[in-house]
Design a protein around this ligand. Sequence first.
Ligand code: SAM
Length: 273
Amino acid sequence: MLPGLRETVEKHGLLASKALGQNFLLDRNITDKIIRLSLNRQGLSSFAGCNICEIGPGPGGLTQAVLEAAPASLTVIEMDPRCIAIMEELKAETTIPFRIVNGDALAFDLSREIEAPRQLVSNLPYNVSVPLLTGWLKQAGSYRAMTLMFQKEVAERITAPTRCKDYGRLSVLAQLTCGVAKLLELPPECFTPAPKIRSTVLLFTPKTEIPAAETLAKVEKITSLAFGQRRKMLRQSLKTMPDLLDKCRHLGIEPTARAEELPPEAFLQLAEN
Ligand code: SAM
């Protein structure tokens, strides 16, 4: 029988570390709701047959909700050694194959480490959420789905439509590779300690046709230049790539347009040979 999450935190002296982006979810109603909303949206009643990877399980609230959804296996990757003992306790209580990794998720190629079909679940450490997401989006085809919690401001950048102030590099990469649905928004008081900002859970569902890795790398290069000077016209921001300006004209994209006016598909067309 597992102790409650608050008892677990006390027993293990798990004082939250700011450097590790630790804002814990200690209410099982909330962690269950995140998993239930994700499964419902995917038209599933459980994670049966799917290998789940959770990044940053911390005291294990979301981990317990994942285990209750009966995955084929669960891998957790956690940087904080204090949380590893908690994971060992959870592992002892389940018959589900459970692998515990004490390490930095940024250093792992999850598509190699975890057998397909796979899904990612995480209440992400906010300080590394964007680099982690960028890496996963570049390999989006490796995942059935990703259920991820972000600072609301980052979630808004991911889902922003063209011509919106939040629309940028992350919106283009996410929207070219995945369908993105907002599942839930949570106020600061749901977390321990409470952060200053609200949080949003997003579900990423990879598209059936995802651009090749080299094309996505080129999209990244173009969006970096174009949004690096987002107030400037393309003829200015892309001037170090004169071929691209020719291509703009050829594709009917006005060189006087600004980056935020181009939909994700236009960046893809510019990147394609
Ligand atoms: N899942 C837990 C929850 O919802 O209560 C904890 C979420 S907390 C926002 C982020 C977790 O990620 C922490 O447990 C932290 O130690 C861990 N973490 C931070 N940086 C990490 C990294 N680079 N790789 C793996 N885990 C990391």
